[in-house]
Design a protein around this ligand. Structure first.
Ligand code: GLC
Length: 581
């Protein structure tokens, strides 16, 4: 029995009394999650008894937080005007801050928090994300991703903390408590995702086939979910991958028997995108899915399909009651019946300096120093510096996917600061900026060269997958930045902006200092605070670092628990200013 899940007899009785009054249509409505724009009209919130609304890529709910709140309040009024007046719950992918709202505090993605390995910091970041999510009208976030990425070819490595199970479990606990408040009802519902095996597919294919043995799944992938359940996690999202050849959404043994049975998870198992039509329709309901992202044309198929399933007996009514019970339990637990409308007083908290200070601390602590030849770092304020590359002065490029847009942005966004802006605050001389890496700058002591990956999300980031937009090595045109400055004898400090370790052996050899900065988010100026020695490096590699593309011949890349591939740097590696080199 998970030790923190307290069963409250009065609450359970309230839930049963409500279920007893509900019609089948009202129950199926509670299990329906739709987008606030093209899946339904506001009136259909009422006529179809909708239980949840999600905001994802598409028309914004408004031009500012007050308009977002009022849009959601209009939909909430529709729900409250139904016969039983069960409130809606509003969900969003706030995975590194409330990243769908421009102007919110954007934290380093979880891979950076994994490098920082600071549970207290993760809890603070989650609590701030909860505040800024509530300020924009949400009470449910689809975060944290607790995958154990086993292959850097996967396009979602950065959404997870680490390849190390124990570290992931520890940070998962902190994230859940931060988002939800101590065991629920003061924050937002958090979601551990994607259950199970999302980051362990063969060759890192998003939604691919996971062929780990059951023992390996239980030993290496399950502990973060156990940690989440012990911390009172409100929801768990099913995964797109298959396991044992079964789509995870339809995996009854793992969802119902293991998660709900053995582990006593009492929250909501929510489906992923459009899963009803993609993974077997009523099979996913019978497997244990409680709430369905009935989006992109799936709503009527879902509602009619489940109704017919109950009427023809292929779906037991007690399966529907289990789903509704779990949904109502979280709505009661998080106070939605008492406070169904957003708190306007939180709007002023979005992006405040105190929040950004925590994000800047996370940026600093996420940085991993892989090389520092002849102590080129820390930089001196009197140094004559040239900063190189488009990623040095672009907050969109430094933030990765799930920032402003689903696939991120290649533009600067509101209230964010860049790496170049941070460096300018420290130097006494004018900083030269060689955006294209082609300038013939003279009289410089050191070049700070910022390279890496453009933003991506989900399968767009799979290397070798259907999109094949990215690679394991640095793009040619960026390799030239480093070669051009190195061969002119100018000292080089390379800052890598990436959602994963990349094959950079040659570039590391060419540079005097090399920093893995992951995806720092809105507070890019925090990087300079470490480069100039105001703070020391603290970050340690959350993943083994690959030596060559050859490391990816098999299903997985170099991993801390698989010594068959010698990494360039092991999990946990990281230098600081006191390392004797
Ligand atoms: C996506 C992702 C999932 C996200 C959901 C809603 O496909 O797999 O992580 O929470 O859909 O956007």
């Amino acid at each position: 029995m998970a030790k923190n899940i307290t069963t409250d007899p009065d609450l359970e009785q309230k839930i049963e009394n409500l279920i007893a009054q509900m019609t089948l249509e009202e129950k199926i409505g509670q299990m329906s999650q739709v987008r606030h724009f093209d899946d339904i009209s506001p009136e259909e919130i009422k006529t179809k008894f909708i239980g949840s609304v999600i905001h994802t890529q598409g028309p914004l709910p408004g031009n500012n937080a007050a308009e977002w709140q009022s849009k959601f309040s209009e939909l909430q009024k529709q729900a409250l005007s139904t016969r039983l007046g069960i409130p809606l719950i509003f969900g969003v992918d706030a995975v590194h801050g409330q990243n769908t709202y421009e102007g919110a505090t954007i934290f380093p993605h979880n891979i950076g928090l994994g490098a920082a390995a600071n549970p207290e910091l993760v809890e603070k970041a989650a609590a701030i994300t909860a505040i800024e999510s509530k300020a924009t009208g949400f009470n449910w976030v689809f975060s944290p991703c607790v995958a154990i990425p086993m292959n850097e070819k996967w396009g979602r490595v950065y959404e997870a903390f680490s390849e190390n199970t124990e570290l992931t479990a520890e940070l998962t606990k902190a994230s859940v408590i931060g988002h939800q408040g101590k065991f629920g009802n003061s924050g937002v519902l958090a979601t551990a995702k994607h259950f199970i095996g999302d980051g362990a597919t063969d060759f890192g294919v998003e939604g691919g086939s996971t062929t780990l043995s059951r023992e390996e799944v239980l030993e290496r992938l399950l502990p973060p979910y156990q940690a989440a359940i012990e911390s009172g996690i409100a929801s768990i999202m099913a995964s797109f991958n298959t396991l044992d050849g079964i789509p995870m959404h339809a995996h009854k043994a793992l969802i119902s028997d293991l998660l709900k049975g053995e582990l006593k998870f009492d929250g909501i198992v929510v489906s992923d995108w459009k899963a009803y039509s993609r993974f077997g329709q009523n099979d996913i309901i019978n497997a244990g899915i409680d709430m369905v992202m009935a989006v992109d044309g799936d709503l009527d198929l879902f509602q009619e399909g489940v109704r017919n399933g109950v009427l023809d007996g292929s779906i037991p009514e007690n399966r529907i009651n289990d789903a509704v019970r779990r949904i109502l339990r979280q709505k009661f637990r998080f106070g939605l019946f008492d406070h169904p409308f957003p708190d306007k007083t939180l709007i002023g908290k979005i992006g405040i300096p105190e929040h950004r200070a925590v994000a800047r601390q996370a940026v600093r602590e996420s940085l991993v120093l892989l090389k520092n030849e002849n102590h080129i770092l820390p930089l001196k304020r009197t140094s004559r510096i040239v900063v190189v590359g488009p990623m040095a002065d672009n907050s969109g490029l430094q933030s990765g996917g799930w920032t402003v847009n689903w696939q991120g942005t290649t533009e600067n966004y509101k209230d964010a600061t860049t790496i170049l802006e941070g460096i300018k605050k420290f130097t006494l001389h004018e900083v030269r900026y060689d955006r294209e890496g082609t300038a013939e700058v003279e009289n410089v002591d050191v070049a700070v060269i910022v390279v890496g990956e453009n933003p991506y999300a989900e399968f767009f980031g799979d290397i070798g997958g259907e999109m094949n937009l990215f690679q394991l090595t640095l793009p040619e045109e960026q390799q030239k930045f480093i070669t051009a400055y190195a061969k002119r004898g100018i000292k080089t400090v390379v800052i890598l902006i990436s959602g994963r370790p990349l094959v950079m052996t040659q570039q590391i050899e060419q540079s005097d200092a090399f920093v893995a900065a992951w995806l720092p988010g809105s507070e890019g100026d925090g990087i300079a605070e470490v480069l100039f020695g105001q703070f020391d490096f603290k970050g340690k590699l959350p993943h083994s670092w690959p030596k060559s593309v050859e490391d990816y011949k098999g299903k997985y890349g170099p991993n801390f628990w698989d010594n068959s591939i010698e990494p360039l740097y092991p999990f946990g590696f990281g230098l600081n200013y006191h390392n004797k080199l």
